[in-house]
Design a protein. Structure first.
Ligand code: SF4
Length: 353
């Protein structure tokens, strides 16, 4: 059987050495690893939450060009920050990153410990560990889904976890014990890299794995079954939205303000009840869209109405705005909203043609 990483400190040192040399040979060249800085680490960690590296790359390049440091980000209007984030989703991250930059420039020096970082906007345990280990050299472990998967397989842990938080808690001590005092950031990035490229969820590439000699799941052919996590409980939601274009070719949009923090500052198609409209009997939607956000499976039905008096009255509300269809690029829309609006605008143009 493979060496016991939990109890054998010599095995842990061999593990660290093998992982480190593999990472030095095989790490993907990524822009935040190139001439690293605290700013690049923070921005990349925020962008990479819930988002794949390939999606983040163009956003990161544009962001660094437009807002090259904490001072530039702190001084930027929130609308510009959201516009640069447009399409990356989970917009609370952009607002928190903006607030974080403002908090950092107000201090004489950045905090140094994970505990201090966690007092800043948008910083949870994983991000605090990633920033302090990579940019400051604090020997602390990052435990996310990738690391849980690797550790569950290495240890052959077959117990079923309630959710990913419970699994992360279970593996926290082992993860900490594996972090070397020297170059802890490289170790954490190597674990992330291993989880992203070799110890992947389906069909892990065990024959290419630098730490396969420590892996119980590989020895017992159980890698694909681990970790065992209870399926997420999903919640269904139905949203009914309005598509309304007036005679001047302007579309009615709602600007989200403080009520729904994750959307604040974004424009979207208003919901029917927000403009005092109810569904008519047997009314059919123009289109139906489906998407999943965290644990919500959302069905969005989009209905159309002419811009009659009731709508003009509703449009006097401060959060509603008529935006010319040919000026939509000036407002910030979520990725799905921009796609739907283009699709419906094209249908409208084709129908009117
Ligand atoms: Fe993952 Fe396979 Fe490596 Fe084990 S040997 S850590 S299952 S890739």
């Amino acid at each position: 059987m493979p060496a016991d990483l939990t109890h054998d400190s010599a095995a842990r040192r061999r593990f660290q050495a093998r992982l480190r040399s593999w990472y030095r040979r095989s790490a993907r060249p990524l822009p935040w690893r190139d001439e690293p800085s605290l700013y690049k680490t923070v921005v990349s960690e925020f962008m990479l939450q819930q988002t794949q590296v390939s999606t983040v790359l163009p956003y990161f390049a544009r962001w660094l060009k437009e807002l090259p440091d904490f001072a530039a980000l702190a001084a930027a209007p929130v609308e510009r920050v959201l516009k640069l984030w447009e399409g990356l989703g989970y917009y609370t991250r952009a607002r928190n990153l903006h607030r974080l930059a403002q908090a950092l420039v107000a201090r004489s020096t950045p905090p140094r410990t994970p505990t201090e970082w966690r007092e800043l906007p948008g910083i949870g345990p994983y991000t605090a560990a990633a920033i302090t280990s990579i940019a400051i050299g604090v020997p602390t472990a990052c435990v996310d889904g990738n690391v849980v998967r690797i550790l569950a397989r290495l240890t052959g842990e077959t117990r079923a976890f309630r959710d990913s938080t419970a699994a992360a808690k279970h593996f926290a001590a082992l993860a900490e014990s594996l972090v070397p005092a020297k170059n802890p950031g490289d170790h954490n990035q190597a674990m992330m890299e291993l989880g992203a490229t070799v110890c992947v969820r389906r069909a892990p590439r065990c024959s290419e794995c630098p730490v396969s000699q420590f892996c119980i799941a590989q020895a017992t052919d159980t890698a694909e079954d681990l970790p065992r996590l209870a399926p997420k409980k999903m919640e269904a939601r139905l949203v009914r939205r309005l598509w309304c274009v007036d005679a001047q070719g302007r579309l009615l949009l709602r600007r989200s303000e403080t009520g729904r923090r994750q959307l604040a500052g974004l424009h979207e198609l208003p919901e029917l009840d927000e403009v005092g409209l109810a569904l008519r009997q047997k009314e059919k939607p123009l289109t139906v869209k489906r998407r999943t956000i965290t644990r919500f499976q959302i069905t969005e039905e989009i209905y159309t109405r002419p811009p009659d008096a009731a709508l003009r009255h509703a449009a006097n509300q401060s959060t509603l705005e008529w935006v010319p269809l040919d000026e939509l690029s000036r407002v910030t829309l979520s990725g799905p909203h921009r796609r739907w609006i283009h699709e419906l605008a094209n249908i409208r143009a084709a129908t009117n043609a």
